[in-house]
Unconditional design. Structure first.
Length: 109
C-alpha cells in the first residue's frame, strides 16, 4: 500500500465523488463545500500530479471553451489502483477506530 497524506486522500475522495466532472476548480469547490478546506489551486494541482504519478489518477484534457479564454480543462478520474488505495485506507481507519475503548461509531465486529 502506498502512503497517502490526509490531503491526498481527500483529493482522491473528491475526484471519485465528482466522477467525470472532476477538474481543478470543481475539486477545489467540493473540498471547500464538504470539508471546509480552501486549498490554493497550486497546492491542489501539486497533489493531483503526485497522485497521477503514483498511479491513483488518470487525466485527459477537455475541449477548449470561450469562457476559459480558449484554454482546456484537465479532468481527472480514479484508476482501479486509486480505488484500491482508498479502500485500504478506509479499512485501516476502521480497524484502528474499532480498537479505541468506549468509542462507538456504529461498527460491528
Amino acid at each position: 500500500m502506498i502512503k497517502l497524506g490526509a490531503f491526498e486522500e481527500l483529493v482522491l475522495l473528491a475526484v471519485g465523488s465528482l466522477g467525470e466532472q472532476a477538474y481543478g476548480v470543481a475539486i477545489k469547490d467540493l473540498l471547500h463545500e464538504k470539508g471546509g478546506k480552501k486549498p490554493s489551486i497550486g497546492a491542489l494541482h501539486s497533489a493531483l500530479y503526485r497522485l497521477e504519478d503514483k498511479g491513483c489518477l488518470k487525466s485527459w484534457e477537455g475541449g477548449a471553451t470561450a469562457e476559459r479564454g480558449g484554454r482546456r480543462k484537465k479532468y481527472y478520474l480514479l484508476t482501479p489502483y486509486g480505488e484500491k488505495v482508498l479502500r485500504e485506507a478506509h479499512e485501516l481507519r476502521m480497524e484502528l477506530a474499532r480498537n479505541i475503548p468506549g468509542l462507538n461509531l456504529g461498527f460491528y465486529g
